[in-house]
Ligand binder design. Structure first.
Ligand code: ZN
Length: 677
C-alpha cells in the first residue's frame, strides 16, 4: 500500500460530511515532538449488530500483533519496553522528579515508535535520564516483573540493556536507506539475524527467484526474517508454528471468530484465505488473498491485517505487521462519485489548449472510509489514505483499492483549529472565519478534484516522450493536478453539483494555498536549505508564480504589520484567472514535453527560499509550541452482553488516556517472549 503520507501523491484531508460531536476532545497528550490525538467513529451506532460484531473481532485481531512490530523494529524493543513499564507502574519515589519525568517521556516515545528509534527520522532516542538512575530504578523493581531470561540476573539484564539505551554508537539507526555502508549491517532492525551482508542477502533472494513466473512474481522474503547461523543462511517464516507464532495464533483465533459475522460469501472467503496464509506462510496464498480482497467492493466493512509495508527494510523485501479496520463512509463516497461521473464535463471546460484535452476521460473512483481500529504499523502514527495491494502484477491485472480515512483527517483538522497557527499567520478575522466555516470542506474537495480528475486529465501530443520532463516531472505533475483543482474550486459548477454550499466558499481554499505556498510550509525546511520535496516545490511554484504575475494588478500582496509578514488576497477572481493561465502553461509543457520551460518554472519559482522570510516564519512557528508529528489513541471497543451471555451490542468508549491505553495493550495484547530467536 501506499500510506498517502509517503506516496508520490501526498495530500491533506478529504471532507467530512457526517460531523461528530462538537464537544469531542481531540487532543490527548503532548510530549517530545509528538502530539497524541483521539479520533471519533461517526456512524458506528447506525451499523447492524452483525457488522459491529465483525468489526469487533477484526479489531481484536488488529491489536493482537502489536508485539510483532516492536520485535521487527529492533530485537531489544520488547525487553526495554517491558523493563520501563515495570519501573513506570511500580516506581516508589516522587513521580514529578526530573529524572523520572525524563524516563516517562522516553517510555512514551518508545510506545509511539514501537521501539527505541524515531518513527520518522529512524535515529535512536537520546534519553533525558542517566544510566545511574535507570540502574537504581531497575534494582527497585521486583525481579519477577522484569523480562529476565531463564537464569539471568538483574545485573546481567542491566549490562545488556544499558548500552542499547545510552550508548549512541550501539544500534544507532533503525533503517539505513543510503550511503556507502552495508545497509543490512548498518541497520538496527530485526529483519536480518547473524552476520549477514547485503551481498549475501541479495544472492539468497536472486537464487530463490530463479525460474519463477515473471508475469506473476512472488514477493519473496516478505514474511520472514533471514538468518545466518553457522555459515548457513535460511528464513524463519512468520506464521503459525513459526516465528511469532504466539501472536499469530491469537490473530487467527480472532479472524475465525469474525467469519460467522461476514457480510457475504466473498468476505468470508477473504478471511478464510488470510487464515490459510497465516497457517502456511505460503506467499502464493497471500497473493490469492490479495486478489480476493481487491475485488471485494461490495462489503461495507473492510480491513487490512498482515505483513504489508516494506519501508522498514533497507532492501524493501521484509514487511512490517499492521492492521486497520474500517467501514465505508457512504455520504463522503457519494461526493467522489459525483465528481467522477462528471469527469467529461470538467475535461471539456478545462482552460487549456483544446488539442491537449482528452477526448474520452474516465474518473477514478476512490472510497472514503471511517476507521474503527488501528494496529501495528498504523498505530499510533497513522496514514490518512491507503492504496493496496502492493504487488504490481495484482494492480495491473485486478486494480487497487484507494481510500481516504476521513475520521482521521477530521481529527487532524479539528486539533489544528486550536493550535494558534491561523491566528498567527492569517491576515484578519475574515480569513479566519472563512477558514473555520469552509476550510475542511474545501481542503477535502481540492484533494478529490486533484485525485479523481486532475492527474487523469489532459493528453500528450502524439510522439511526445512521457519521460521528457525528467527530474522535473513529478513537481510539474503535482502542479498540474493542484491547478486543475484550484481552477474548478471557484467554478459555479461546484454549487450546482452540491459540492459547495455557497459560491465564495472557495476563497478560503485560495487563501490557504497562497499562505501555505508562500509562507507556512517553510516551517518544514531547515534554515539555509532549499526546497527539495516535489509537493512542496509544486506548492511554492504555484503560489509564487501567481503572486509575481499578479503584482501589477495587486492581486496578492505580502503586507507587513507589527513587523510580521502576512498574505493578503485582494482579488480572488483575478487569482483564479492566474491559476487558469498557469494550468494552461503547465499542461502545454507536459503535452509538448517542453523540458526547458518546465525546468525554468520549477527552478525559478519552486526551489529557492527567501532567507529573511524563512527566518521570520520559523521564529513565529516556534513560539506556538506545536508538535510536528501526530498520532492517535484508539477507542475502547466493548461487547455488551445480556443475562444469558449473548452479545446485544458493541460500544465505543473515548475516555482512555495515552499511557492508560498503552499499558492496557501491554497487559492484554502482549503474547511474544521478550527475545524472539
Ligand atoms: Zn497528486
Amino acid at each position: 500500500m501506499t500510506a498517502i503520507g509517503m506516496s508520490a501523491c501526498t495530500h491533506q484531508p478529504a471532507p467530512q460530511t457526517e460531523s461528530g460531536d462538537a464537544n469531542f476532545n481531540y487532543v490527548v497528550d503532548q510530549f517530545a515532538d509528538l502530539q497524541i490525538l483521539r479520533y471519533q467513529v461517526p456512524g458506528f451506532e447506525k451499523l447492524t449488530l452483525q457488522q459491529k460484531q465483525l468489526l469487533y473481532h477484526l479489531s481484536e485481531a488488529a491489536l493482537m500483533g502489536r508485539d510483532i512490530l516492536a520485535d521487527q523494529n529492533c530485537r531489544y524493543n520488547l525487553p526495554i519496553r517491558r523493563t520501563l513499564e515495570a519501573i513506570y507502574t511500580t516506581y516508589p519515589g516522587d513521580k514529578n522528579e526530573e529524572q523520572f519525568k525524563a524516563l516517562e517521556t522516553y517510555l512514551k516515545r518508545v510506545w509511539f515508535s514501537n521501539g527505541i528509534h524515531h518513527h520518522y527520522g529512524e535515529d535512536k532516542f537520546v534519553p533525558g535520564f542517566t544510566a545511574e538512575f535507570f540502574a537504581a530504578c531497575v534494582n527497585q523493581v521486583d525481579p519477577s516483573q522484569l523480562p529476565l531470561r531463564e537464569g539471568e540476573t538483574v545485573e546481567q539484564l542491566l549490562a545488556e540493556l544499558t548500552p542499547v539505551i545510552f550508548d549512541p554508537a550501539v544500534m544507532a539507526k533503525r533503517t539505513v536507506q543510503s550511503g556507502d555502508k552495508d545497509l543490512i549491517q548498518a541497520s538496527a532492525n530485526n529483519y536480518y539475524e547473524g552476520d549477514l551482508t547485503q551481498m549475501e542477502v541479495d544472492a539468497f533472494y536472486e537464487k530463490m527467484k530463479e525460474g519463477q513466473d515473471t508475469l506473476r512474481p512472488i514477493s519473496y522474503g516478505l514474511n520472514s526474517r533471514l538468518v545466518k547461523e553457522n555459515g548457513k543462511i535460511y528464513e524463519k517464516v512468520w506464521k503459525v508454528g513459526g516465528l511469532y507464532t504466539q501472536a499469530i495464533e491469537r490473530i487467527v483465533a480472532e479472524l475465525e471468530k469474525a467469519i460467522p459475522f461476514a457480510e457475504n460469501d466473498a468476505q468470508k472467503a477473504i478471511i478464510e484465505k488470510l487464515i490459510a496464509y497465516y497457517r502456511t506462510g505460503d506467499l502464493k496464498t497471500f497473493d490469492a488473498y490479495s486478489v480476493l480482497w481487491v475485488q471485494d467492493t461490495q462489503s461495507e466493512v473492510d480491513f487490512v491485517n498482515g505483513f504489508i509495508e516494506t519501508y522498514g527494510d533497507p532492501l524493501g523485501r521484509k514487511a512490517s505487521w499492521e492492521s486497520t479496520v474500517n467501514f465505508i463512509n457512504k455520504e463522503a463516497t457519494e461526493r467522489t462519485r459525483i465528481i467522477s461521473s462528471n469527469a467529461q464535463w470538467f475535461e471539456d471546460h478545462s482552460p487549456i489548449d483544446p488539442r491537449f484535452r482528452k477526448k474520452e476521460v474516465k474518473g477514478v473512483s476512490a472510497k472514503v472510509i471511517t476507521v474503527a481500529m488501528l494496529g501495528g504499523d498504523c498505530y499510533p502514527s497513522t496514514p490518512i489514505g491507503i492504496n493496496l495491494p502492493n504487488a504490481d502484477w495484482i494492480r495491473r491485472d485486478y486494480g487497487s483499492k484507494s481510500v481516504t480515512i476521513e475520521n482521521i483527517t477530521e481529527a487532524y483538522d479539528k486539533a489544528s483549529q486550536g493550535s494558534g497557527l491561523s491566528a498567527e499567520f492569517m491576515w484578519s478575522d475574515k480569513e479566519m472565519q472563512q477558514s473555520k466555516q469552509y476550510g475542511f470542506l474545501t481542503d477535502n474537495l481540492h484533494t478529490d478534484l486533484h485525485e479523481c480528475l486532475g492527474h487523469g486529465s489532459g493528453q500528450l501530443l502524439e510522439g511526445v516522450d512521457p519521460d521528457a520532463l525528467g527530474a522535473y516531472s513529478s513537481t510539474l505533475e503535482e502542479a498540474r493536478a493542484d491547478l486543475f483543482g484550484l481552477y474548478y474550486m471557484a467554478d459555479p459548477k461546484m454549487v450546482e453539483l452540491g459540492l459547495l454550499p455557497v459560491a465564495d466558499a472557495y476563497e478560503t481554499a485560495y487563501y490557504h494555498y497562497m499562505m501555505n505556498g508562500l509562507m507556512t510550509q517553510l516551517v518544514r525546511i531547515e534554515p539555509g536549505k532549499n526546497i527539495e520535496e516535489a509537493h512542496m516545490r509544486n506548492r511554492q511554484l504555484i503560489a509564487k508564480w501567481a503572486y509575481e504575475q499578479g503584482r501589477n494588478d495587486n492581486v496578492v500582496e505580502l503586507k507587513k504589520r507589527d513587523g510580521k509578514t502576512y498574505v493578503v488576497v485582494n482579488d480572488y477572481q483575478k487569482l483564479r484567472a492566474l491559476f487558469a493561465r498557469l494550468l494552461a502553461e503547465v499542461q502545454r509543457i507536459k503535452s509538448e514535453g517542453d523540458f526547458e520551460a518546465g525546468k525554468n518554472l520549477v527552478e525559478n519559482y519552486g526551489v529557492q527560499v527567501d532567507a529573511e522570510l524563512h527566518r521570520e516564519v520559523l521564529e513565529r512557528y516556534k513560539k506556538l509550541n506545536l508538535a510536528p508529528y501526530k498520532g492517535f489513541v484508539n477507542p475502547l471497543m466493548k461487547e455488551v452482553k445480556n443475562e444469558a451471555g449473548e452479545v446485544i451490542d458493541i460500544t465505543l468508549d473515548y475516555t482512555e488516556g495515552y499511557a492508560e491505553q498503552m499499558l492496557r495493550y501491554s497487559r492484554d495484547y502482549s503474547f511474544l517472549p521478550s527475545y524472539n530467536e
